[in-house]
Design a protein around this ligand. Structure first.
Ligand code: GLU
Length: 377
């Protein structure tokens, strides 16, 4: 589960002791029922801002790093003290986007969390904001929590925030906007509504999450077969109520069977470095036939990428239908596109593989979400 800055600080520049202890109590109750919990916590920057006596969230990287460094310590101190009351050790795990993008580090991150579970520890995860720089940040903990849920193949992701779910319109401006209790999937309308409405109070000021990042987190996990609940963290027993199946917040049902870990990682965790334009035949072979992407079906290459990089596969109309890891560089693909596989050697003077993207490294996607393994058929 993930708890946001607005929930933890209750709109102030410090940890709200009552909120923090309520969350720790609720996690402990879930644990007493045999449920293992990873806590993804925000609030490092928000709390650090208060501790350093800054008037507002800074904008320069150095000040943000300083605030995160100071605030992270306060967070951990608080969790350690509160969980001690339940005789539960906590373990700090700080990650960067680079840790998630590297397959070995990603798998190892999941392993670290599982090792902590074996010792009965509650892992407390946050982005390592004091060393992350703009371009390589995950940037918000909703997305981070979705990646964590994927990495450990969680049974459920809970996001606690300062709104009690997704509404049919922005409830702060539209009278009669109704809460959506159950969503069978993330719709384009939902993303639109979410883009319009920042969550209330402090999150706009101290945290970085918006409703849009929460809905996108739902898209990431539900398309990997993991349900997500979004609920108001100010609720006394939000976690217990969600686990009891009570009507709170918005529950997003999984939209696909569980995808394999590697495919989920390719579809969601990696940022594509370029695009490959496939002709209609290749599109059909990949999408309907579960085939690899061969040079013959490639019309064009967009961007510069290296061997092993993640790329988008798009139709000639520019619609993305798959993501995968390439066996050739952008430059090499430009030289072999449209050619038969047995002409690769002649065109390049070498031949690494028949496939530009092997089906094992190819995932079908829809609007950036994984719909199923290309190689399942
Ligand atoms: N990692 C940030 C922090 O701890 C929070 C990011 C977010 O607000 O989503 O302050």
């Amino acid at each position: 589960m993930k708890v946001g800055t607005a929930t933890l600080t209750n709109g102030t520049r410090a940890l709200d002791a009552e909120r923090a202890s309520s969350i720790v109590r609720q996690i402990s109750e879930a644990r007493a029922h045999g449920i293992e919990v990873v806590l993804v916590t925000s609030g490092a920057i928000g709390v650090g801002v208060g501790r350093l006596g800054l008037p507002r969230r800074p904008t320069t990287m150095g000040s943000l790093q300083a605030a995160a460094s100071v605030g992270q310590n306060i967070l951990m101190n608080t969790y350690e003290t509160l969980f001690r009351g339940f005789d539960t050790p906590v373990g700090q795990v700080l990650v960067t986007a680079g840790d998630l993008a590297d397959r070995r580090r990603y798998v190892n991150f999941g392993n670290a969390l599982n090792a902590l579970f074996e010792y009965g520890v509650v892992p407390v995860v946050n982005e390592n904001d004091s060393v992350s720089v703009d371009e390589i940040r995950v940037g918000d903990n909703d997305t981070l929590a979705a990646h964590v849920a994927n990495a450990i193949e969680a049974d459920l992701l809970i996001l606690l925030t300062d709104t009690d779910g997704v509404y049919t319109a922005d409830p702060h401006t539209v009278a009669g906007a109704a809460r959506i209790p159950f969503a069978a999937g993330v719709t384009a309308e939902m993303l639109d509504i979410a883009n319009e409405s920042p969550t209330r109070k402090a999150s706009a000021d101290l945290g970085t999450g918006r409703l849009a990042t929460k809905v996108r987190a739902a898209e990431i996990v539900t398309s990997s077969g993991i349900p997500m609940a979004l609920a108001d963290g100010a609720r006394d027993n939000a976690i217990g109520d969600i686990l009891d199946g009570a009507d709170v917040g918005t529950f997003f049902a999984p939209t696909a069977p569980r995808a394999g870990s590697r495919k989920r990682w390719i579809a969601h965790t990696l940022s594509p470095k370029g695009s490959i334009v496939a002709d209609a035949g290749a599109f059909k072979a990949v999408r309907d036939g579960g085939k690899s992407l061969l040079p013959a079906g490639i019309k064009d290459v967009v961007g510069t990428f290296a061997f092993g990089d993640p790329v988008r596969c798009v139709t000639e109309d520019g619609v993305e239908f798959a993501r995968g890891l390439v066996n050739y560089t952008a430059d090499e693909i430009t030289r072999i596109r449209g050619r038969r596989t047995d002409a690769i050697q002649h065109a390049l003077g070498y031949h690494y593989a028949d496939e530009v993207i092997h089906r094992d490294n190819l995932v079908l996607v829809e609007r950036g979400a994984c719909i199923r393994d290309a190689s399942q058929d």
